[in-house]
Each structure stands twice: as structure tokens, then as C-alpha cells.
Design a protein around this ligand. Structure first.
Ligand SMILES: Cc1cc2nc3c(=O)[nH]c(=O)nc-3n(C[C@H](O)[C@H](O)[C@H](O)COP(=O)(O)OP(=O)(O)OC[C@H]3O[C@@H](n4cnc5c(N)ncnc54)[C@H](O)[C@@H]3O)c2cc1C
Length: 424
């Protein structure tokens, strides 16, 4: 006989799959709907196809990487389903992992597919019914408290519904923000959707010769342009790698400053993206370093020294901008030109922000407001029996495995509570 008390989970990403596994471990009848022909497409593209599954640091340090309200919301979930627990279940499925120096955890095989395979195995072993190419179209709440989930094939009645449809960036992967629309109709408010962890399109675009050049461990600064220089205001900054692309900038430091920069950009503020090539030392110390370099190699050319100070491909163009002859021999370099170079290396403008496109964001900020969801169960405070987990929530962590961990932990709690409340 068909079980009436079903749990329907919409979205077969990290959050939905863990929720399905955990809910089914209580014997609940779990149906997982995924609109794509296969599960976990974002897992497959994460970490450049290697999948930075989580971060290896302790839970409290992990939580500190999120905004204050996000960290408070995630605390229970992160302690309930920890990074260690996640790695243990993966190991039990044969996925060995390792931690990089920066805390990022990857499968030893470097294949995201192995992580996905493990999650699929866990669900299949528990009897989760996985319906691929089955987009949910609408969720209706019935008078008796159950839900009707309309798909492209049928209407499924469920006692509990878990919405794990992700955000609305990388729409080609299936994350088209469907969940936001449904939960709004069911009475939730939605925090405006904004890009996070997103590359930036700059104007003018960087010189073509620079494309593909990484600038290592620099400080990237988003500076709001006032009517004059004295009124310029720093918006956001991050020290890490920046990658020059054909449209502007990408790389970890760019992704990290994108969320806060966007908040000013959408107000129409003109924002200059600048780089400090030497964030560890003061302007005076950099000047001393250059003076020393000149005294050690007085017969070198200005170009040779500048190629040593910045990535090689950038050197000639920087000197042209400074109107310094690149053939100048160092012992003939004027103090004025030396100071010009020092100033430029401490604050070099890469261009003005033209766009921070939502669709290219690794994560979507905004979504279901955290104060409308019970952080100990992931159940909606507006609609009982409805659960929200993963990126559909207004959470966007930094680069480093934090977002997948947030999806896994909130998914686990949602699946756990939905199933336990069925049994009661
Ligand atoms: C390029 C890229 C690289 C990334 N790298 C990392 C990384 O290395 N580490 C990290 O921690 N995070 C990374 N992230 C972020 C991380 O992938 C997401 O935060 C995480 O996958 C969110 O999980 P989720 O389960 O909430 O949503 P998703 O993984 O997006 O899953 C949602 C699923 O719901 C399905 N869906 C949507 N609508 C419907 C519908 N109507 N019916 C049925 N199914 C539907 C979608 O097809 C999708 O499969 C990366 C993101 C991108 C885009």
C-alpha cells in the first residue's frame, strides 16, 4: 500500500541529497525531485571540478567566516552535522579527503564526481525515490496541512516538503530561483537576491596582454569615488589572489569583495577597483625596498626592476601610465619618479566596476529571511511542515568550502526534523 506520509524534497543538490539521506534513515518515504537529468550539478563544477567539500578548521572558526546573523543561524546546524561527520560518511563510502594549508578540503582523487557518487549511494541504499528530469512547478498547501507538489508529470501529496532549490546564479545549471517564488506565494518575504562570490566586469577592460595573469597575495580594494580624491571611501577589501580576465577581474579576492561592493554599485556609486601589490609593508618600507634594489643593481633598467616588483606582463604598461621611460637606468631614476612608482604599487587602479553579474556568482546572497526559519529545525515559521535549506536561505559564505558545508548542515537538520516529526 502506498504510504501517505511522504516527504518530498525539491532539488538534488548538496542540501537536498543530504536531507533525503537523513530523512530516509528513519524509514520515511522520501521522494527527491530534480529538474536536471542528473543530481548535484553544482557539486560537479565546484572547486574547478575538484569539489572543495568543506573547510577543515574547527566549527567556531568556520562560523566566524559568515556574517553575524548567518553565523548565529548556522550555529546549531554546524554543530549538529559537522565537517568531521561529513568527511566520515564520505570516507565510509570510499572517498578519502585531504586538507590544504588554507583549510580547504578536497577529495584525494580530485574528482567531484566521487563525492556525488557517495551521496547517491547513501540515498539509494536507504530507498530514496529519485525522480530526475522532474521539475517541481508549484507547491500548494492543503487545508489539512499537507502539501500538493505539482511536477511536470503529476501531483504528489506530501506531509512535509523540503525546498532545496538553491540560489539563482548559474541559471543554466537549473538554479533559476524557483524556490524563492513558491515560498513568497506561501507567505514568506524574500531578502532581495544579489550576487556574491562573483567576478567583476571593469571599464576599461584590462589590456589584452594581461589576460590570464594572476596577481598573487595582493590587497584588492573597492573604493567609492567621491567628487574629489579626498572624498573617496573604501567599501571593501580582501588580501588574496586576483586573476585578470578578458572582461575584468576574478579570483578569490575579487569574489570575496563582490558582495559588499555590489551593495554600493546598485546604488549607482562609481567604484574603482584598486590593488596594493605590497599589502604587508607600508609605503615607506616599499620605498626603502626600491632604494635598496637600486643600490644593489644600479645599472639595471627601470623595466627590469618593475618586472621584478609586479607580474612581468604588467610592468611595461604601468611605466607607460606613469610616463617613466622604461629604458631609464636605475642610478639615473629621479626621486619624483621613484615616489610615483611607489604610490602606484600601493594603489593601482584596475578599472571602474561596470557590472557584477548575478548569474556568474558562485553563491546568491538574499533569499529566505533567516528570522522566518527555525534555526534548530529549518522549518518555516510561516508555514508548518515546510522546510528550507541550502542556498535558498539568505546565506552566502566566503570561498573555502563554507557554502557546501552550510548546504550539507542545513540539509541534514531539515531532513532529520522532517522525518522525526512524521514519526511523532
Ligand atoms: C562555479 C561554482 C563553484 C563553486 N565551488 C564551491 C566550492 O568549491 N566549495 C563550496 O563550498 N561551494 C562552492 N560553490 C557554491 C556551492 O556549490 C553552493 O553553495 C551549493 O551547491 C548550494 O547547495 P544547494 O543544495 O543549496 O543548491 P544547489 O547545489 O544549487 O542545488 C539545487 C538543485 O535544485 C534543482 N532545482 C532547482 N529548481 C528546481 C525545480 N523547480 N524542480 C526540481 N529541481 C530544482 C537544481 O537543478 C539543483 O540541482 C560553487 C558554486 C559555483 C556556481
Amino acid at each position: 500500500m502506498e504510504r501517505k506520509d511522504k516527504i518530498v524534497i525539491i532539488g538534488g543538490g548538496a542540501a537536498g541529497m543530504i536531507a533525503a539521506w537523513q530523512a530516509s534513515s528513519f524509514g520515511a518515504k522520501v521522494i527527491l525531485l530534480e529538474k536536471n537529468p542528473d543530481l548535484g550539478i553544482k557539486i560537479l563544477i565546484s572547486g574547478g571540478g575538484k569539489c572543495n567539500i568543506t573547510n577543515g578548521t574547527d566549527i567556531n572558526t568556520m562560523l566566524k567566516q559568515f556574517k553575524k546573523n548567518e553565523s548565529r543561524f548556522l550555529k546549531f546546524a554546524f554543530h549538529t552535522f559537522t565537517n568531521d561527520q561529513l568527511l566520515t560518511i564520505l570516507l565510509n563510502e570510499g572517498v578519502e579527503t585531504y586538507i590544504r594549508e588554507n583549510g580547504k578540503v578536497f577529495p584525494k582523487s580530485h574528482h567531484a564526481e566521487d563525492v556525488l557518487k557517495a551521496l547517491r549511494n547513501l540515498m539509494e541504499r536507504n530507498g530514496v525515490e529519485i525522480l530526475l528530469q522532474t521539475p517541481a512547478k508549484e507547491i500548494y498547501r492543503n487545508e489539512n496541512g499537507t502539501f500538493n507538489v505539482k511536477t511536470n508529470r503529476e501531483i504528489i501529496t506530501a506531509s512535509k516538503v523540503i525546498v532545496a532549490t538553491g540560489g539563482s546564479s548559474y541559471q543554466k545549471t537549473g538554479t533559476t530561483g524557483d524556490g524563492f517564488r513558491w515560498i513568497q506565494k506561501l507567505g514568506h518575504t524574500i531578502v532581495p537576491i544579489r550576487p556574491a562570490l562573483t567576478p567583476m566586469i571593469l571599464h576599461p577592460t584590462p589590456p589584452s596582454l594581461w589576460q590570464g595573469t594572476p596577481i598573487r597575495e595582493c590587497k584588492l580594494m573597492a573604493i567609492a569615488q567621491g567628487p574629489n580624491q579626498a572624498q573617496s571611501l573604501p567599501i571593501s577589501e580582501w588580501t588574496g589572489d586576483v586573476l585578470i580576465t578578458h572582461f575584468g577581474i576574478s579570483g578569490p579576492a575579487t569574489l570575496e569583495v563582490s558582495r559588499n561592493t555590489y551593495l554600493e554599485f546598485e546604488k549607482g556609486v562609481k567604484i574603482d577597483m584598486c590593488i596594493d601589490f605590497y599589502p604587508e609593508i607600508s609605503i615607506e618600507q616599499l620605498d626603502e625596498k626600491i632604494v635598496k634594489e637600486i643600490s644593489v643593481n644600479p645599472l639595471r633598467s627601470m623595466l627590469t626592476m618593475t618586472e621584478y616588483l609586479v607580474p612581468q606582463k604588467l610592468a611595461e604598461f604601468i611605466l607607460i601610465q606613469l610616463k617613466i621611460d622604461d629604458t631609464t637606468i636605475l642610478n639615473q631614476l629621479s626621486k619624483t619618479d621613484r615616489r610615483k612608482l611607489v604610490n602606484k604599487l600601493k594603489c593601482y587602479s584596475l578599472g571602474i566596476v561596470k557590472d557584477i553579474p548575478l548569474d556568474r556568482g558562485e553563491v546568491t546572497a538574499g533569499g529566505a529571511p533567516l528570522d522566518e526559519v527555525d534555526r534548530t529545525t529549518m522549518e518555516s515559521k510561516i508555514v508548518s511542515g515546510l522546510y528550507l535549506c541550502g542556498e535558498v536561505l539568505d546565506i552566502a559564505g566566503p570561498v573555502g568550502g563554507y557554502n557546501l558545508q552550510a548546504a550539507f548542515s542545513t540539509g541534514y537538520v531539515a531532513g532529520d526534523h522532517a522525518a522525526k516529526s512524521l514519526v511523532q
